[in-house]
Ligand binder design. Sequence first.
Ligand SMILES: C[S@@+](CC[C@H](N)C(=O)[O-])C[C@H]1O[C@@H](n2cnc3c(N)ncnc32)[C@H](O)[C@@H]1O
Length: 223
Amino acid sequence: MRMHKKSHLEERLAACSDIVTAADMSEKNMAAAAEIPERLPLEKIFKNGNAVYLEIGCGKGKFVCESAARHPEINYIAVEKISNVLIEALERAKAENLKNVYFLNCAAEVLKRYFDEGVISRIYLNFSNPLPKEGYKKQRLTHPKFLEIYKYLLCERGEIIQKTDDRDFYLFSLESYAAAGYKIVGTCEDLAENPVPDDVETEHERLFKERGKPIYRIAAVRP
Ligand SMILES: C[S@@+](CC[C@H](N)C(=O)[O-])C[C@H]1O[C@@H](n2cnc3c(N)ncnc32)[C@H](O)[C@@H]1O
């Protein structure tokens, strides 16, 4: 489904420029773009040395804003490739005056350019697009190609927390983590039956729950 461009998008993005870095995508080759260092000055952004958690594909930002409000002792970076969607997350974080959230308007494919190795303690993959067609397999955010990027980003014993409503994507992801050497430390095939303490509901999660769909969850630790 095509989404309408939000009104005054450029002006609205400019008004949030202090809490977001937008990717310079003049290098069209993603692999080459990923190697152009453009490190985020984490100490300057957050003014502390707290642990950094990354959410990839944050959508409108419900999860990251609620998590940040609950956990001022954690720094959150939320990644979203579509600025037309990200604007809602940016404006929400500003309205709530959250000081421990920062945003990256980029594709997950180029994340290495923004971080030194091992600086992320946790990655959240919340309802990533399952992309069931074989031809799009490589774009799934738990494809081995991405798990290599996450290995670079995550610190020792750093973890990935994934939630999805899609059983095939859940099974694909389990295989993919295991093949890449990640240790699966938790699985759940119905989060409503086995709630996880302190879990924050996402926008998509609410919709799927309303439709009575089970929510799958995986916790995996970096090799
Ligand atoms: C299905 S939505 C889920 C949004 C939110 N996490 C939630 O649970 O409500 C997936 C989001 O991931 C973003 N996304 C997909 N592939 C991405 C990529 N390679 N890099 C960054 N964001 C991506 C999409 O633009 C979309 O906003």
